[in-house]
Design a binder for this molecule. Structure first.
Ligand SMILES: [Zn+2]
Length: 360
């Protein structure tokens, strides 16, 4: 089970809103957490932010632990004369899960207004009408009766809209439901690690933080990796579970532990490094599970930085990702944390040298 601080990070971070390109509320939260810990931080020109826990060793190497700050959502692209609004998806939204959902829109002043996505009742749906809506046909209703109404309330073209998804503990706290576990999981775990490592001396400079614009193509990871120029990178992200049917042969089982993501659309994990991750999970006494995905993570950009970076993903899975009701298992979070702590404690120059030599 999670402690109150871990739950607080997950609750507060998932309830912040930040689609790609508009992650400033999330970045501000992290900056505040870094300030509280008296840690310096670095930022790139796109908005990614990383705390720096400096090593006392001379000539330390650099480890980057990154989670993306952005979530999937929408922006306003048109305000219609009768007050309804059209939107454009930012990131891969599950459109089957959209109509009739409650939506929050961030106005010009930064405050939020509530609305919904218009849904046609079933008895008015013609047989020929498409059942899977396209985002361009959705109408966002915030109760305005005219375009002027909307403008007066601070709606503007480009305003952020997110589907509302409160944080709820399920089954006595064993599972959690919220929007944006993809990827506030990674940011919460990053803060949790900073707490754990507060008094620990490491042989490397540790950068822990958040990237921008992962959901639209690993853009912040590209610039953040260039800024930090890490020797080793661990990417924290939340991947789709495939266990809802009850099929135990499918990869991505909730409660199955941290994901050993050996291949995805953006990176092939380096086997000796993946074996190290698996052995740390074993030694920590927690579950791990192999995983693949046609999608990608920030690792896809970071491992290609400069002349290449030793990079691994360190993900957990969630059901219903890219919707407002994703579900994670708290034991997976704990498994990921314990494994990563051990990996960082064992990470030294000789491990990196061994891994690098084995690659040649
Ligand atoms: Zn993600």
């Amino acid at each position: 089970m999670l402690n109150d601080t871990q739950k607080k990070y997950l609750r507060e971070l998932t309830q912040l809103n930040g689609i790609a390109g508009q992650e400033n509320e999330v970045a501000r939260y992290l900056k505040n957490e870094f300030d509280t810990r008296r840690l310096t931080y670095v930022t790139d020109n796109l908005g990614s932010i990383f705390a720096l826990k400096k090593s006392k060793m001379t000539n330390p190497f650099k480890v980057m632990v990154a989670g993306h700050m952005d979530e999937v959502g929408l922006i306003v692209i048109e305000i219609l004369e009768h007050g309804l609004i059209k939107g454009h998806a930012v990131g891969g939204l599950n459109t089957l899960a959209l109509t009739s959902q409650r939506v929050l829109l961030r106005t010009k002043s930064g405050s939020y207004i509530q609305g919904t996505i218009d849904a046609t009742p079933p008895h008015l749906l013609k047989d020929t009408e498409q059942k899977v809506p396209e985002v361009k046909n959705l109408l966002f209703d915030f109760g305005f009766s005219s375009k002027q109404d909307a403008l007066d309330a601070g709606v503007y073209i480009g305003a952020m809209m997110v589907v509302w998804g409160p944080f709820v503990e399920l089954n006595g706290g064993r599972r959690l439901m919220s929007k944006a576990f993809d990827n506030r999981y990674g940011l919460a775990l990053g803060l949790d690690l900073l707490d754990e490592l507060n008094d620990v001396e490491l042989p490397f400079d540790l950068y822990i933080g958040g990237t921008v614009q992962e959901e639209v193509g690993l853009r912040g990871a590209t610039t953040a990796a260039h800024m930090i120029s890490p020797d080793v990178a661990i990417v924290l992200d939340c991947s789709p579970a495939r266990d809802s049917s009850g099929d135990k042969t499918q990869w991505g089982q909730l409660g199955g532990g941290v994901l050993l993501r050996y291949i995805d659309g953006s990176m092939i994990a380096y086997k000796p490094f993946l074996d190290f991750q698996a052995s740390c999970a074993l030694e920590a006494g927690v579950k791990s599970q192999y995983f693949d995905s046609p999608g990608g993570t920030d690792a896809g950009a970071i491992h290609r930085n400069k002349d290449g970076v030793l990079t691994l993903t360190h993900c957990i899975c969630a059901r219903s990702i890219h919707t407002n009701s994703s579900i994670i298992d708290v034991e997976d979070y704990s498994a990921a944390k314990k494994t990563l702590l051990l990996m960082l404690q064992k990470c030294d120059r000789s491990l990196i040298d061994t891994l690098m030599v084995a690659r040649r």
